[in-house]
Design a protein around this ligand. Structure first.
Ligand code: ZN
Length: 249
């Protein structure tokens, strides 16, 4: 961990577009720190430019609510799903959110404190809730949310198919994974084991099975979703996907 600084939330490839706001709380100030370490950089085979935007994705956070860019990307996705422009902090008190049944799988970045206030909120975490075979009825939820989890499951298409199964028709999955946009997805089977986070603390949770790339959008399509949207409040550091179950809402 190093190099903490205060910054605005620009676009990695178009800084002249100006600063963005935190879609979780509405704040406009952010801090940045370096989060990648040499071993992970080597295993992931990241280029200097990729190191910059992965550090930005995981290490830039709102000074007010502490959300990092992936939480901000997820909150942007929820705004789109609910046809709203207000920050998640305010959105959760409105009928448009309170009327929804929402499943959060593992802790989706920094959104949990806000999502927990919803009447129709359900939380499930590994190992009690395994994304390969979730203990929920089919056609139950309006929104399913997970963040930087799919790269740690052995069979990501099966996990996404489970998300599709538990969604109501017209429901939406929104999720993030670390995406290296200049390459295709790589399965790490047969490669040295690679971990995100502290492998001693929770090795199964942090083991990386899949390194996602520019073809990430094909995974929810393989799982049965019919419509995919990508939301990038900061490209390429902050990208969230929305996958809709037919019929579209
Ligand atoms: Zn914030």
């Amino acid at each position: 961990m190093s190099s903490v600084s205060t910054s605005s939330l620009g676009n990695d490839h178009a800084p002249d577009r100006g600063a963005a706001l935190c879609t979780v709380c509405g704040s406009a100030t952010f801090t940045s720190r370096t989060v990648l370490w040499e071993r992970l950089i080597s295993e992931w085979q990241l280029s200097p430019n990729e190191i910059v935007y992965v550090n930005h994705q995981q290490g830039t956070s709102c000074t007010t609510c502490n959300s990092n860019l992936r939480s901000i990307a997820l909150a942007s996705a929820i705004q789109i799903i609910t046809h709203s422009t207000c920050p998640l902090r305010d959105l959760v008190s409105l009928d448009v959110m309170q009327s929804l049944k929402i499943l959060e799988i593992n802790e989706a970045g920094n959104l949990s404190p806000y999502l927990r206030s919803l009447h129709g909120y359900t939380f499930g975490a590994y190992p009690e809730v395994d994304m390969h075979d979730m203990p929920f009825e089919s056609n139950t939820f309006d929104i399913v949310i997970h963040s930087d989890t799919l790269e740690h499951v052995a069979h990501p298409v099966r996990a996404l198919a489970e998300c599709h199964r538990v969604l109501r028709p017209g429901g939406a999955l929104c999720f993030t994974v670390p995406i290296i946009v200049g390459r295709m997805t790589r399965n790490r089977t047969g490669l040295p084991r690679s971990y995100h986070g502290n492998e001693q603390a929770c090795p199964d949770d942090y083991l990386v099975h899949t390194e996602f790339g520019a073809d990430i959008w094909t995974y929810p399509l393989q799982a049965g979703f019919k419509r995919i949207e990508m939301v990038a409040p900061v490209y390429p550091a902050a990208i969230a996907l929305i996958a809709r179950k037919e019929p579209a809402i």
